[in-house]
Design a protein around this ligand. Structure first.
Ligand code: TYM
Length: 335
């Protein structure tokens, strides 16, 4: 343990995908023994897009169980719901006042989501990065393991923190992104120019963490490839095959060169079947553990309760410091 802090989170806006798993969750489990870790279910971010309340509640609990089922130890890590720790919202408000409209309007996630949901371009969607900065900065985080698509949000977090520190002294630690070598950008199986996304309407485009083996085999069989008929890593001309190679290497740890060699002279059918097989074997224990956890309500409730308290304790320390720096009057405690 190096005494450094990791913070990361996922939106419970649907069932998480193989992209979320390989780009983030799998790295979290690998880093958990070296760092003090907080892994959040960012339900407050999720409502920037309209959610059905009952579904959101269920997805949030499922996500928490998927964190644990994937190997995160809930005794050693702080796994909690963002909405249970009000300091997130309180710091986000303050940081909003140190974040510029210009920088927010350059965020690609904002541009993407506002074009997809043009009936609901709300202020929360716009100021989303200030809440994300609050998540990270509340815990004096050193490292934030994420997929490539969150890199821009990490940059704005660093800018906001540096701006605040320049005015008030060293209040926030400046966090570093951690982006894994493999799996940091898993693409759609149906359109390998777009990232795999849990909100994709085409079910064949994504592998979900709870897909059963037959579904996984079927989806990989249908995955878009090309007519070059050779398993080589070439993102320009063979984006689909390159994506499958990325998935394979992220799971097995085998080098791309070795995988190319293994499939030299073999057809796409054989390669796809092998990728499906390693994905099925990777997800099998996670799905089994998830089933077990789903039956143990008291255990999960206890994790939710205890971890919210731990996160609140840590977050409040930074929040109080920030409130003092900006000039809010101290609380008067009753004797
Ligand atoms: P979210 O919920 O979209 O995604 C969760 C994590 O999964 C990664 N990811 C991917 N990685 C590889 N390939 C893909 N196709 C893919 N799709 C998603 C994301 O990069 C992310 O690491 N804003 C964040 C949630 C958040 C957060 C935070 C993250 C809120 N506060 C503080 C880190 C720190 C988001 O929407 O992630």
């Amino acid at each position: 343990m190096n005494n450094k802090t990791i913070f990361s989170g996922m939106q419970p806006s649907g069932v998480i995908t193989l992209g979320n798993y390989l780009g983030a969750l799998k790295n979290w489990t690998e880093l958990q023994d070296e760092y003090n870790c907080l892994y959040c279910i960012v339900d407050m971010h999720a409502i920037t897009v309209r959610q059905d309340p009952a579904t959101l509640r269920k997805s949030s609990r499922n996500l928490l169980m998927q964190y644990i089922a994937s190997g995160l130890n809930p005794e050693a890590n702080i796994i909690y719901y963002q909405s249970h720790v009000p300091a997130h919202a309180e710091l986000a408000w303050i940081l909003n006042c140190y974040t510029y409209m210009g920088e927010l309007s350059r965020m690609t996630q904002f541009k993407d989501k506002s074009s997809k949901h043009n009936e609901n371009i709300n202020a929360g969607l716009f100021t989303y990065p200030a809440l994300m900065a609050a998540d990270i900065l509340l815990f004096q985080t050193d490292v934030v393991p994420v997929g490539v698509d969150q890199k821009q949000h990490l940059e704005i977090t660093r800018d906001i923190a540096a701006r605040f520190n320049a005015i008030y002294g060293d209040v926030f630690k400046i966090p570093e992104p951690y982006i894994g070598k493999a799996g940091a950008k898993i693409m759609s199986l149906q359109d390998p120019s777009r990232k795999m996304s849990k909100s994709d309407e085409d079910v064949n485009a994504t592998i979900s963490l709870i897909d059963d083996p037959d579904t996984i085999i079927r989806k990989f069989k249908r995955a878009v490839t090309d007519s070059m008929a050779k398993v080589t890593f070439d993102e320009q001309n063979q984006a689909g095959i390159s994506n499958l190679l990325n998935i394979y290497t992220a799971i097995t740890g085998e080098t791309i060169k070795n995988i190319e060699r293994e499939f030299e002279g073999k057809g796409y059918g054989e390669f796809k079947a092998k990728v499906a097989e390693v994905v099925i074997e990777e997800l099998r224990p996670i799905q089994q553990k998830f089933e077990e956890l789903s039956k143990d309500n008291a255990y999960i409730d206890n994790i939710i309760k205890e971890n919210a308290q731990k996160a609140t304790y840590l977050a409040t320390k930074t929040l109080r410091k920030v409130q003092k720096k900006v000039g809010f009057p101290p609380l008067i405690r009753s004797k």
